[in-house]
Every structure is written in structure tokens, then in C-alpha cells.
Design a protein around this ligand. Sequence first.
Ligand SMILES: Nc1nc2c(ncn2[C@@H]2O[C@H](COP(=O)(O)OP(=O)(O)OP(=O)(O)O)[C@@H](O)[C@H]2O)c(=O)[nH]1
Ligand SMILES: [Mg+2]
Length: 178
Amino acid sequence: MELKLLADVGLVGFPNAGKSTLLSVLSEARPEIADYPFTTLVPNLGVVAYRDYKSFVMADIPGIIEGASQGKGLGLRFLRHIERNSILLFLIPATTEDIRQEYNTLLNELREFNPELMDKTRILAVTKIDLVDDEALSQLKNSIPKKIPIAYISSVSQRGLTELKDIIWQNLTTAEPV
Ligand SMILES: Nc1nc2c(ncn2[C@@H]2O[C@H](COP(=O)(O)OP(=O)(O)OP(=O)(O)O)[C@@H](O)[C@H]2O)c(=O)[nH]1
Ligand SMILES: [Mg+2]
């Protein structure tokens, strides 16, 4: 099954990264959320309200795993028809041992699946920051290279969500029309 995603923002991440949870706190969408991998089997769409009655569409997609570009898992097939000028929002939990490595794994799978995906604007959201203490968080912030815009968020404690929406909106409105 394939469907055309009319989304401005596609959420990319390993299973359990918190994609559906983020969608549920930013929009009226009520995707299934659970503490086991591959909860999401088909994408869910939500409309995210932004300042002054503006909005954009966000899609959570099934988790992407190593080997996805060789057909493992479900996530990548849904990126095939994602809108051409949309943003890819990568989600990686703050508790991940090596965030940079996980980011590179996701990026490699996307690139091997379709090199054109590399033309899309990428944003990184480090999720679940409620699970690390302030000191660990500031260490994290210092250790991650700032090659792409980064937001530090928690859907549970609602931290960093406004900042994330600001970053998304800024990048949506400056994206080159195709
Ligand atoms: N502590 C904490 N837990 C979170 C946060 N966001 C999500 N979770 C938990 O992480 C688990 C996975 O969340 P989901 O939103 O289902 O993850 P997903 O990325 O959609 O997972 P798949 O659909 O399997 O790819 C659930 O148990 C959530 O409650 C957060 O900000 N903080
Ligand atoms: Mg999900």
C-alpha cells in the first residue's frame, strides 16, 4: 500500500523515537502510541496550528531501521511520494548512546533509498529530554555538531515545542519552491 503524503513535515526516526507522540501533542491527530517498536504501520497526518492562525501539515511515518533501504521495515516506502518541498524532521531520543551515529544511520538509509531525499531540508529534534538531567542535556548540546537546525524537546513535559515550531516555520517559508 502506498499513499501520497501531502505533508509539509515528515517525521523520520527509529521505532519508539516519539514520532507519533509529537504529532499527538502538536495536532488534533490521535495516532496510536506505545512503548514497543513498529506501533505505526501507516502514516498519520495532523494539522499543526502555528502563530496567527497559520498552520502546516505533519506526518508521522513508520519507524526506519538499519537495512530499511534494502526493504526492511515499512518506513521508507512512505517517503516516496512525500511532497517535493517538504521538510524532514529527524527525531532521536536524548537517551540515545550516540546521537550522531543514529542520525547518520537514518541519513544513509534515506540516501540509499532515494538520493533525491538529500535535497530536502533537514531539522533534528532531540526528543524525550525529560529523561535526562540538566547537566547531561547541556553536555549533549555541546557535543552535537550544529550542521542543521536542532531543537531539544519533550512531548511529555511540553518543553521546546514552540521553539521547534518556530524552526519548522522558518524553514518552510524559506524553502525554495520546486
Ligand atoms: N519520557 C518520554 N517518553 C516519551 C516522549 N515521547 C514519547 N515517549 C514514549 O516513547 C514511546 C514511543 O512513542 P511513540 O510516539 O509511539 O514512538 P514512534 O516513534 O511513533 O514509534 P513507532 O510508531 O513504533 O515508529 C511511548 O512509550 C511514548 O510514551 C517524551 O517526550 N518523553
Ligand atoms: Mg508511531
